[in-house]
Design a protein around this ligand. Sequence first.
Ligand code: NAP
Ligand code: ZN
Ligand code: ZN
Length: 351
Amino acid sequence: MTNRTVSAYGAASATAAIAPMTIERRAPRADDVVLAISHCGICHSDIHQARDEWGGSVFPMVPGHEVIGRVIEVGASVTRFAVGDRVGVGCLVDSCRSCEYCVRGLEQFCVRGPAPTYNGVEMDRTTPTYGGYSGAIVVPESFVLRIPEGLDPAGAAPLLCAGITTWSPLRRWGVGKGSKVAVVGLGGLGHMGVKLAAAMGAEVTVFSTSAKKEADARRLGAHDFANTSEPGALKKLRGRFDLVLDTVSAMHDYDAQLRTLRPEGVMAVVGAPADKVAMRPFSLITGNRGIVGSNIGGIRETQEMLDFCGQHGLVADIELIAPTEIDAAYDRVLRSDVRYRFVIDTATLRA
Ligand code: NAP
Ligand code: ZN
Ligand code: ZN
């Protein structure tokens, strides 16, 4: 078995457009699964990293960590997947598999540092990883997810990041019937947060800067909508929520959001602008409120989320695009004009 040369789209530098390139995928090892990628979602994290907004980006970069494909080859020791299976790959492609966090299914906190799907290196710490804006990917079977039958593959792609990143804090903070949840920002993550929280039985309110998204918010499962571009919009909602799930990709008023929490409520931050945030200690103190971060989710938890989506028939609302449209899609994401995830049809990259 030999390496494969695969067509991909990626960035040559932080200021370059997303353009065609070729990459090498390794010949599968005994525990590897080879996917022919059919779809890959565009996460706002792809933009942050392709434009080096977080610092430390590695180029050339092939982004993409919402990957769906069919298995086309398996290594000799693979037991859980067979050729023809529909599978997914999320934000991680490997970890040490033995540290305290890996054993607990929190591979994202692997003490050696996990191997991210792109913009990083394999566990050998030298081989660069390239993501899902490509025709094929080779991943150890323990990092491959099973996609429930019946889910549309294009709509399922965003579950691999937007889905798990919102699922994990909703579960961790015990959201269920009767919980009052606010989802901040109706983009890729936010719209999955609304769908998942509503399916868990929560009463969901969307905080959005885009008044024109209100009808969509309600269609996606929200019970209420606050237009945060109107001054004082959050004042009316003080003391209301058990959980505020913040998915916003840019600077905004975190402090005002804290005050919408009930006593003992928690604001879980998943949106990741690189800036510093201002916050009054009293916004926390006056209600024993908490602010926590949440980083994607582990592999076991991701499979649980996918199975839940299978049972509830949940997928993302997507716009399917060609690889040549990625740059234009990035521009629309940056204008908050995404309904609600762009997914790349990678079929043309497979030849
Ligand atoms: P997205 O589709 O661009 O959605 C972000 C939404 O935030 C926008 O649609 C918009 O919603 C709102 N927004 C944008 N700019 C704003 C501003 N200046 N003030 C207030 N609201 C604003 O992005 P995404 O893919 O969902 O990702 C969201 C963030 O989560 C990104 O920073 C991404 O890197 C991060 N992320 C984190 C993790 C993690 O593990 N923690 C995982 C994945 C992604 P409205 O139009 O409704 O206001
Ligand atoms: Zn992502
Ligand atoms: Zn580990």
